[in-house]
Design a protein around this ligand. Structure first.
Ligand SMILES: NC(=O)c1ccc[n+]([C@@H]2O[C@H](COP(=O)([O-])OP(=O)(O)OC[C@H]3O[C@@H](n4cnc5c(N)ncnc54)[C@H](O)[C@@H]3O)[C@@H](O)[C@H]2O)c1
Length: 291
């Protein structure tokens, strides 16, 4: 039986892509979910559904009543999802509000959605690449857009909340997360224009695996504030990773060789600390890369 069975979990952004899958997964584990969302959704089934705004102190206070765990996903999830002001302000105020209230209440564990964009690489307006491969959590960031800045700030907020209130926080640097059908389509794009995936290291994660990682983020024995890259173990490009890096990042240092379509992101931390391994990977051929 899951340790979440019968436990009360607040999920913000519950009507979103990752939120819906997370609520469904937590329901299956027997958790009693409070969903906080600013939009209704016919597929959202939870113990309590509250319509509210994660920036609002009273809305979050109401949603946290009785909560034992928090999953904070609400955000404008793309640089162009709002004005630069809204993307930054909604994201960082929401994360601060949720973690500060949860911490002050003595809640022991929260999971938040950071992003691969906390590195600043994918949306950077300049021609930059990850500093080295396998890309890991210690690689330098280079932020050039408000969404990435908001995610970098959210990771700082997590560290502050832990230092101040002792709330354990797991921040996931999700790559592109989507359904298997959409990921399969994106794999088709990567086959046509493989260079475009370099800034995200051709990484992806099935929505069901995002929900699974969140389960582990809530239950694995890990105290403190942690930031993890999390991704499928393979890329969504139907080419050998070594061929991709030879072609599109020959100037970037590689500290080891990659096997087949292995994603060139170091997943050691999420694997060893949380025990995460993706369960839903794309079944793609490995084709010769012809430029
Ligand atoms: N899906 C991805 O590929 C991906 C990748 C990296 C990180 N993330 C992060 O994961 C989280 C969830 O992403 P998603 O793909 O489910 O996004 P989504 O846009 O589908 O869902 C986000 C939800 O948050 C809600 N929301 C926004 N502002 C709110 C507010 N002020 N109050 C209450 N609710 C609010 C939105 O209405 C939406 O329902 C986000 O923080 C996002 O930045 C997503």
């Amino acid at each position: 039986m899951s340790p979440l069975n019968g436990r009360r979990v607040l999920v913000t952004g519950a009507a979103g892509r990752i939120g819906l899958a997370t609520v469904e997964h937590l329901n299956e584990l027997g958790a009693r979910v409070t969903a906080l969302t600013n939009v209704e959704h016919p597929d959202l089934k939870a113990d309590r559904v509250l319509i509210g705004d994660t920036r609002s102190e009273p809305d979050v206070a109401r949603a946290l009543e009785g909560a034992e765990y928090v999953v904070h996903l609400a955000a404008l999830a793309h640089p162009s999802a709002g004005t630069p002001y809204d993307v930054y302000a909604i994201n960082v105020v929401s994360t601060f509000n949720v973690l500060a209230q949860a911490g002050a209440l003595g809640i022991e564990r929260a999971v938040i959605a950071s992003s691969i964009n906390a590195t600043g690489i994918p949306f950077n307006p300049h021609e930059i690449k990850p500093a080295y491969f396998p890309w890991d959590e210690k690689a330098p960031a280079d932020v050039g857009d408000p969404y990435s800045l908001s995610k970098q700030n959210d990771e700082n907020t997590a560290r502050m909340a832990w230092r101040r209130w002792g709330i354990d926080v797991v921040a996931f640097r999700f790559p592109h997360v989507n359904s298997a059908e959409v990921l399969q389509r994106l794999a088709g794009n990567a086959r046509e224009t493989p260079a475009a995936g370099l800034r995200e290291a051709w990484s992806y994660l099935d929505t069901r695996d995002a929900a699974y990682s969140i389960e582990l983020g809530l239950t694995a024995p890990a105290s403190g504030a942690h930031t993890f890259f999390v991704a499928a173990g393979t890329t969504l490009a139907p080419y050998a990773t070594e061929d991709l890096l030879d072609a599109f990042a020959p100037d970037v240092r590689r500290s080891r060789r990659f096997i087949g379509r292995e994603v060139p992101i170091d997943l050691t931390a999420v694997r060893t600390v949380l025990g995460f391994q993706a369960r839903h990977e794309l079944d793609l051929p490995t084709l010769p890369l012809e430029l």
